[in-house]
Design a protein around this ligand. Structure first.
Ligand SMILES: [Zn+2]
Length: 235
């Protein structure tokens, strides 16, 4: 799928797995994000490089930079790829090679591993222009033609193939609810600004893309910390 010779692909996969193992050893176990003091989690969320989020396997194909340079992210749109299990790394790698292609910044495998594919300042092409205007799921007056790729960080979940109605795995949902506070904190994004793709664009009728994930995000209701909120108001 990636066009990479099998031997090289396996070598790279091995390197990534080795990286994940090393990371899991380095991260103290049993310290959930919610259990950390708010200030320390907020500090973690501001870091450049490859910050490791407690209880999450995250692999950075491209490191984070200065978050002040990524202030364009006002919303998060959650997607499902309609692709098979096992494809997240390959898709992230393709995005890494061509950051503005159709796709997103973050890809989540069915085992819950998160791949951050491109610089956080890059604008991958996702969404369909926020064309939904029927208020079926959310108030679309707040989204119509305004929640678009230039201001929305995209997260894709793989694995709803061959049946698009396959729900995300328990590991993916856990990873989402662990990753999301980090993203909300880093970019000062309220839970009300997290959208399932199907909530903002007219998608096909076979299933509701991203809806379980979007609903879980709203239910979690994470509020970015005071320092992040103050920074947001100061902008
Ligand atoms: Zn989508």
């Amino acid at each position: 799928m990636s066009g990479t010779p099998a031997s090289r692909h396996h070598a790279r996969t091995g390197a990534v797995l080795a990286c994940v193992v090393a990371v899991s050893v380095a991260v103290p176990s049993g310290r959930a994000a919610a259990q950390l003091a708010p200030a320390s989690f907020a500090d973690l969320a501001k870091q450049p490089g490859e910050p490791q989020i407690p209880n999450l396997k995250i692999v950075y194909l491209h490191p984070l930079g200065n978050r002040e340079e990524a202030r364009h992210w006002k919303y998060i749109i959650v997607h499902q790829t309609e692709g098979p299990a096992g494809s997240a790394y390959s898709l992230a790698q393709q995005q890494f090679k061509n950051p503005t292609k159709r796709g997103v910044t973050i890809w989540v495998e069915i085992d819950g591993t998160v791949y951050w594919s491109v610089a956080e300042t890059a604008i991958p092409t996702h969404g369909d222009g926020a064309n939904r205007n029927d208020n079926k799921y959310v108030d679309n007056t707040k989204t119509y033609r305004s929640v678009v790729k230039t201001n929305s960080l995209g997260v894709e979940f793989v694995g709803n193939y061959p049946d698009v109605r396959n729900p995300v795995s328990a590991e993916q949902m856990k990873a989402w609810l662990t990753l999301l506070p980090f993203l909300q904190e880093r970019y000062s994004i309220a839970a009300d600004n997290v959208y399932a793709h199907n909530w903002i664009d007219f998608k096909d009728r076979r299933y509701c893309e991203g809806c379980d994930l979007g609903s879980a995000a709203r239910k979690l209701g994470y509020v970015p910390g005071k320092s992040a909120a103050a920074a947001s108001q100061a902008r």
